[in-house]
Each structure stands twice: as C-alpha cells, then as structure tokens.
Ligand binder design. Structure first.
Ligand code: NAD
Length: 346
C-alpha cells in the first residue's frame, strides 16, 4: 500500500496528539511538522512528541520548506478556531497543490459565517486540484454529522434537539477565560457583552450543516449564553470557583425556518459537573417519523475524538474531488484499522 504523506501544522495539544496517532497508522507517513514555537524549532519531531525515538523530521516555522506537492499529499492544520485568521496559511497549502484538513471550528462550514471566504477557498482549491475539509468533534461530528446521519432513516423531521453535556476540567487557561469559568455572574454578563466570553465556537456551523443536509431552510439563528453558577467549591489546576461564582457557560443555539424552531443545540460546558450530580453525555432527539432518541454517556471525549476524526478523514480527503468540503459531503468517517479503510469510494 502506498502511504499517504502528511505534514502536521500546529503541534499544540491537538496537533501533537494527531501526529502521535499518525505514527500508529500503517497507511500514513508523517513527513513534516510546522510550528512557530521557538523551543520546537529545528528539533526532531520525535523529541517534541516524546516518542523516545528520532523520526528524522525537523520542526520548522517556514511552511515553504515543507510544502512541496511532490513530497506531501495532505496537511493537517491545528492552529486556530477562526477562518479569517487561518486564511493565509490555508492559501499557502492550497497554492502549493496540497490537500488540507483543518480543525478550526469555523472551517467545519465556513459558509455559515464567512460566505465570501468559503467561496474563495472553494475556487482556489478547484484551481489547484485539491480538497479542503474542516472537521473535529464539535463542530464536525457530535452535534452535526451524527444528527444528520441519524435522520437518514426518517420519512420526515419536524424538529431536532441535541445536546452535549461535557466537563471542561482538563482544559487550559484560554478555555477557562472564553467560557467565563471563575468569573462572577456580573463579570460573565460583561464578558458576553464585550465578546471576551464566547462559550462554544461552532453552533452556526453545525446548524448550517444540518439545515443544508436535510433541506430545513434555516434562515435565522439565535444564540444565548447563560452562566452556570456553582453551588459548591470547584477547582482545576487553572481556576478556582467559590460557591456563587461561575463554573461554566450554558450555550444554546436555535435555528428557525420561516419563524418556526427546527433545530435546537444545547451545550452546557463547566468544570467538574459531577460535583453537583451532573453526568456528561451526548444526546440527540429527532422528532418526526420515526422519533429517534440517542443517548451516549459519558461525553465522547473531545480531544481524543478530534484527533481521531481528523486523522481518519485523511484518505477520504486525498481521494475527494477538488474543492471545499464539509463532513456532510464525504463518506462517513471510519477508524483506520486496516488496508481497506484507505480505499473508500469517494
Ligand atoms: P494549542 O493552543 O494547544 O496549539 C496550537 C499550536 O499551533 C501551538 O503550538 C502554536 O504555537 C501553533 N500555531 C498557532 N498559529 C500558528 C501558525 N500560524 N503557524 C505555526 N504554528 C502556529 O491549541 P489546540 O488545543 O491544539 O487546538 C487548536 C485549535 O483547534 C484551537 O483553535 C481549538 O479551539 C481547535 N479545536 C477544534 C475542535 C473541533 O471540534 N473542531 C476540537 C479541538 C480543538
């Protein structure tokens, strides 16, 4: 089997995990690594990943050194959440004639918030004969692709309500800030108002994917963010939350078609939910014929699942027709466990 040659761009929590996972896959070969962290530059990737053996791949901060279509089939990029911020790097990859998978939340469906950038990416990708996919656990899987897939047996769908209840405790200081964890209720309201507390990134993208896939014609999306006020003391290595302070953000998005609610996505995220008896899990309810109620607990582990789905989609993106794709355009993802998994029909 000819191995797919991959470059990992961004070696943070997700990127380094994806690189380690690629090393386990017989059909993939990690041929390059890019990151701007000065302490990584020039180091062997094996040392950066802590694999205990040299890989013969040096980390660079100069993408042009590794973006050679004769030597690379695909780049996985894990640097930011935002389409606009990632555009310059995406363009470099596409113009080099190389396929790309991004885990930037907005890239899951850039049409949702940046239609012009989405068009530009699609046009550029077609011109250079490559494909571009945004994926991840959410957006990219739990609250969109899974919902769409479950609806595949329905005669009709009246309304969808799906929720992901998760635990933020493993995450770092950036996530604590953007979710408002550790603030006062007043501080939370101020943070939502000035845009520093954003809650979940990805609702417009997930709703757009569901709406497009089913033809629900959602024409309006409303989002609300409310503080989860703790009744008890909670603590992680990055934040301390006294009773009465904010332990997380309950973020809800509703999609309407002609004034009627058709999709509701609910994502309460907090640290240590179990301290108040709250379990975690993923729940999808489809009201129609037949009615479907899927429940899976605990939550599908976010970081592990993001690494998994991004790596598992590599063969499909390499085989895809050129252009901008989303998870509803390509064959369903599957774990890469053997040779046939690398030869899916696209
Ligand atoms: P991180 O901060 O741990 O890592 C980011 C890495 O990228 C860092 O090593 C940084 O030095 C590097 N970097 C940033 N910009 C760069 C650039 N232009 N060139 C080279 N290197 C650059 O972040 P993470 O936890 O790995 O997550 C990465 C992104 O993926 C985040 O924005 C996160 O929100 C998103 N994400 C999405 C999903 C999803 O479900 N879609 C899931 C997890 C993470």
């Amino acid at each position: 089997m000819k191995k797919i040659r991959v470059v990992q761009w961004g070696l943070g929590a997700m990127g380094s995990g994806m690189a380690r996972l690629m090393l386990e896959k017989t059909g993939l070969k990690l041929v390059g690594a890019i990151d701007q962290r000065p302490d990584y530059l020039g180091k062997d990737l094996g040392d950066v990943l802590g694999t205990g053996k040299k890989l013969g791949v040096k980390v660079t901060d100069k993408p042009k050194d590794v973006l050679d279509a004769d030597k690379v089939d695909l780049v996985v990029i894990a640097t930011t959440s935002w389409t606009l911020e990632q555009m310059p790097d995406l363009k470099k990859i596409i113009k080099a004639g190389i396929n790309v998978i991004s885990i930037a939340e907005e890239l899951a469906c850039p049409e949702a918030q940046s239609p012009k950038l989405a068009k530009e990416l699609d046009k550029l990708a077609k011109k250079h004969g490559v494909s571009v996919l945004g994926t991840g656990v959410n957006p990219g899987f739990v609250l969109d692709l899974l919902v769409v897939t479950l609806s595949g047996v329905c005669h009709h769908v009246d309304r969808i309500e799906a929720s992901r209840v998760n635990d933020l405790s493993p995450y770092g200081p950036t996530v604590m800030k953007t979710q408002g964890v550790g603030t006062t209720p007043e501080g939370f309201a101020a943070g939502v108002a000035d845009g520093s507390i954003v809650g979940h990134v990805g609702f417009p993208e997930s709703i757009r994917m569901i709406s497009d896939a089913l033809g629900l014609a959602v024409d309006q999306i409303e989002e609300t963010r409310t503080p989860i006020i703790s009744q008890v003391y909670r603590e992680t290595p990055h934040v301390k939350v006294e009773a009465g302070m904010v332990a997380g953000c309950a973020h809800i998005a509703v999609g309407y078609a002609d004034g009627v609610e058709v999709v509701k996505l609910i994502h309460p995220q907090q640290i240590h939910p179990h301290l108040e008896g709250q379990g975690t899990g993923d729940y999808i309810n489809i009201y129609g014929k037949p009615e479907i109620h899927m429940a899976s607990g605990p939550e599908i582990a976010g970081g592990i699942a993001t690494m998994g789905v991004a790596v598992n989609m590599i063969p499909q993106v390499v085989a895809a027709t050129p252009g901008l794709k989303s998870m509803i355009d390509l064959p369903v993802p599957a774990a890469l466990m053997g040779a046939s998994a690398y030869k899916r029909r696209v």
